[in-house]
Design a protein around this ligand. Structure first.
Ligand code: GLC
Ligand code: GLC
Length: 817
């Protein structure tokens, strides 16, 4: 069952009924000011940090779902009837309804009783504000006398405190109303130098800023007294709960339309110029007023919207494909690329599932996210990489998270997740391959953010390798530490304390025994990558050393990490294997299979194919590939959080989507295009659109998990948007299945596509050159013959174009000879 459809031409997903199984959300903003918005206008806004600078209030896990947002009420003053044109919060039946989620904007249109409205929400590029562009049309044959009310609820800035500290918070709320603009200035009198403002383009019939006056006692957003009466209270919030509501009265002739612009924004003043006049308690509005005036003008709004579209044209234009499969095209061209940018902006902070008050940016997460957006915003990727590396510890280890506001490692969580540092190598390699900017390796970067500790980034990569080599266990495999990529495989923790966080619980074991085969595979991949980098820098000794270390680790994996038909997962603190046929549960895990083959293991002796066949037999389901099988049926101290989840959920044997692309890539590496693509399609959200009643999450973005076959909920997705799934699926389809991937010295072309595809066409902007790539199948197999602008090129790498060339056509014949 579908709840909408894709509009590929406009890069929109069109939701045609408001009661989707879950709120289907979108993001506004691309730099500092952000918002989440659902298909019924639920959600909230923040400046930079979803916890510390939250503008509007949102109650997670509320009933009904998704209550609180950017609301407008329409009231028919003749009858007194009122409704929400975005359906929530009144949930009045609408005659028509449509929500279009686009690139950085959302438009909700509806009609009721001959009154049609359209609300377009977006954040202009370069501004710390959001625009609600509201159009109302009288489609009746008679005049319409209407009241329009806007509504937001202000958050008292720190979202965590806002939701917990009522003894203080009910006393501190303050607003100012000047020239009909509502300023939210809680805590401005003391240590804050920022305010929020909410403005309207039309003369007001009234306003409200105190929640209780607007709602009336014991009433909810679905039935505010001010709206029911058609009269604002002109209330001024003193403590309690500040809101912003404007009231505009309109009389519309038959067929007449009117446009109202609302602007909600964030403004900072210099600390020494907070008040006007100085010495008063009034907010200085000198610099904010021109901004407000500007964006209340309809022509400025149109210009800003056109700029936003151009911004996304630029970002998405870097990689475009026309293949035989619309699900592939729309994910590659629009939605998967868009989701990668959202993970860049949000990391794991704010979604319908991430409350925005939790963790910072994960070290491994950020390095992997980078793989999906580096081609879209290379300069920002460079900055992000250097910021991350600057938190690395002198040992080569890493804080598990870093705080984007302070740019420091997060002491509260600490480190000891032994896979973390290796991801830095993969992130940096991806950046150099994309940009050719070798200079990043020479950038001085601190350790642990300590001034004076700067060393070139290259040395940080070297220490990442050393970190693993310094921590080998009894079998010579890397020690796992707190956990590896699987945060929930906690082999040294043995937590028996209810509610204790597995991430920070004290280690019960000294950590010198439990080992990770996954980290071993990741090490091989990273060390071989670093050898490549060293070779380009002419460091022959280092090349030899890193290759030798990788080979040695590989030999150890074959000796102790190979189970006979697949790779084992780990050894526990008692030296017992995990992920082996001899285990009762958790006999086979997906992660080491993908990563070891990506690192090149088993490619020449059939063991890679054997491994993938085992994955296909034991882990693959119609809804994707399970993380492990059989699921753990009880909680086991020696395994930790992984066994805390009921079977089929999260790390305990769901389809943990992040890891599926590793298998797609591995299948591409062994040349099995049909299988790689089949796995790709199983979790592609667009493919799953038709079963939205099962999948339940948005059909335009990936989720972290899809429930596994050990639960009756098999096929149900959760935790959409903020997941490493976005980057890795993007890499799998664009670089390995379509096979267009940046290399140090050119653009490598190695498609491994389904046998029944005749070919495809792609455009890829790479190092300043726009390549038009035409792939045509001449026969079975994946052999590639290349011609650039008609001239045959040996091998499968399109060499860098000479300076001055900004376009080239690459003809690719597949399966020839
Ligand atoms: C979450 C974490 C990620 C981890 C994964 C598996 O997605 O953000 O760091 O690798 O779970 O546990
Ligand atoms: C929880 C999640 C896991 C995540 C971890 C870190 O354990 O299940 O996916 O990586 O938290 O926050």
């Amino acid at each position: 069952m579908r709840f909408g459809h894709f509009d590929d031409e406009h890069r929109e997903y069109v939701i045609t009924q408001p009661d989707t199984p879950l709120p289907w959300i979108n993001y506004l903003g691309s730099e500092d000011y952000f918002g989440l918005i659902s298909n019924t206008a639920g959600g909230y806004s923040f400046y930079r940090d979803a916890r510390l600078r939250r503008l509007t209030r949102y109650r997670y896990n509320n009933v009904p779902f998704d209550n609180g947002g950017r609301y407008i009420y329409v009231r028919d003053n003749a009858s007194g009837a009122f409704w929400s044109p975005s359906w929530q919060p009144t949930r009045t039946a609408l005659d028509t309804y449509e929500c279009r989620h686009g690139m950085g904007y959302t438009t909700i249109s509806s009609s009721k009783d001959g009154i049609a409205t359209e609300s377009r929400y977006f954040v202009p590029i370069g501004e710390n504000l959001e625009i609600w562009q509201f159009t109302v049309t009288n489609q009746r044959e008679t005049e319409a006398d209407l009241s329009i009310f806007s509504l937001i609820e202000f958050c008292l800035w720190d979202a965590n405190d806002d939701a917990t500290n009522y003894q203080r918070n009910f006393n501190i709320g303050q607003v100012e109303i000047e020239d009909e603009v509502i300023y939210h200035k809680t805590e401005y009198r003391e240590r804050r130098d920022h305010v929020a403002y909410f403005a309207c383009s039309e003369p007001l019939a009234g306003y409200d800023t105190q929640r209780e006056d607007f709602l009336g006692a014991y009433r909810g957003w679905d039935d505010p007294a001010a709206v029911a009466d058609g009269v604002s209270r002109n209330s001024e919030a003193l403590g309690w709960a500040p809101i912003g509501s404007h009231h505009v009265k309109l009389t519309l002739a038959p067929g007449e339309s009117r446009r109202i612009v609302f602007v909600l924004g964030y403004h900072e003043n210099p600390k020494d110029a907070k008040f006007d006049p100085p010495g008063s308690q009034r907010v200085n509005k000198i610099t904010v007023k021109p901004v407000i005036d500007r964006y209340l003008r309809p022509e400025e709004v149109e210009t800003a919207f056109a700029e936003l579209a151009a911004y996304w044209d630029g970002i998405l234009g870097v990689y475009q494909v026309q293949s035989p499969d619309p699900d592939t095209d729309r994910m590659v061209n629009v939605w998967n690329a868009y989701q990668c940018m959202v993970t860049f902006n949000m990391s794991r902070s704010a979604s319908f599932y991430e409350s925005g008050i939790g963790r910072g940016l994960g070290f491994r997460d950020s390095n992997q996210d980078l793989l999906g957006f580096v081609h879209q915003v290379p300069e920002r990727a460079r900055r992000r990489t250097l910021d991350l590396a600057a938190t690395q510890l002198e040992t080569g280890g890493a804080y598990h998270q870093y705080q984007p506001l302070t740019k420091r490692g997060n002491d509260a969580v600490g480190g000891g997740f032994n896979d973390d540092p290796a991801w830095l190598i993969l992130g940096v390699a991806a950046y150099i391959k994309e940009t050719g900017d070798w200079s990043i390796l020479d950038e001085p970067v601190t350790y642990d953010s300590k001034p004076g500790s700067e060393q070139p980034l290259y040395e940080h990569l070297q220490r990442s390798v050393t970190y693993t080599l310094d921590r080998l266990g009894p079998h010579g495999l890397p020690l796992i530490g707190r956990a590896d990529w699987n945060d929930c495989l906690n082999l040294n923790i043995f937590s028996a304390e209810p509610g204790e966080s597995f991430q920070v619980a004290p280690l019960a074991k000294d950590g010198t025994v439990a080992e990770s085969v996954f980290i071993a595979g990741l090490f091989c991949l990273a060390a071989r990558e670093l050898a490549d980098i060293a070779e380009h820098r002419g460091l022959a000794d280092e090349v030899t050393r890193y290759l030798a270390e990788a080979d040695k680790m590989e030999a150890t994996v074959w000796e102790h990490g190979w189970d006979g038909a697949w790779f084992r997962r780990a050894y526990d603190a008692f030296r017992r294997p995990i992920g082996a046929a001899s285990c009762n549960e958790g006999q086979i895990f997906i992660e080491p299979q993908g990563i070891c083959i990506m690192a090149g293991l088993g490619l020449n002796d059939g063991r890679a194919v054997q491994t993938l066949d085992s994955v296909g037999e034991r882990l693959a389901t119609e809804h994707g590939i399970l993380l492990q099988q059989p699921a753990f049926s009880d909680y086991q101290l020696r395994l930790g959080e992984i066994s805390s989840y009921p079977p089929g959920f999260k790390e305990n044997a769901s389809v943990f989507c992040h890891t599926n692309p590793w298998i797609m890539i591995a299948e591409a590496i062994v040349g099995r295009g049909d299988l790689a693509y089949d796995y790709y399609k199983r979790i592609n959200p667009s493919t799953r659109e038709a079963i939205s009643e099962v999948h339940r999450c948005e059909p335009y973005v990936y989720c972290q998990t899809i429930a596994g076959r050990d639960t009756p909920k098999h096929g149900e997705a959760k935790n959409s948007w903020l997941s490493g799934t976005a980057a890795w699926n993007y890499v799998a389809i664009t670089q390995w299945i379509l096979g267009i991937r940046p290399a140090y010295d050119g653009l490598e072309i190695a498609p491994v596509i389904p046998a029944d595809w005749d070919g495809f066409t792609a455009t890829r902007i790479f190092r300043g050159v726009t390549y038009t790539i035409e792939v045509e199948r001449a026969g079975p197999g994946n052999a590639v013959a290349l011609a650039v602008d008609g001239k045959p090129v040996a091998g499968n790498v399109v060499p860098l174009s000479p300076d001055g060339v900004d376009a080239a056509t690459v003809s690719v014949t597949l399966g020839a000879g």
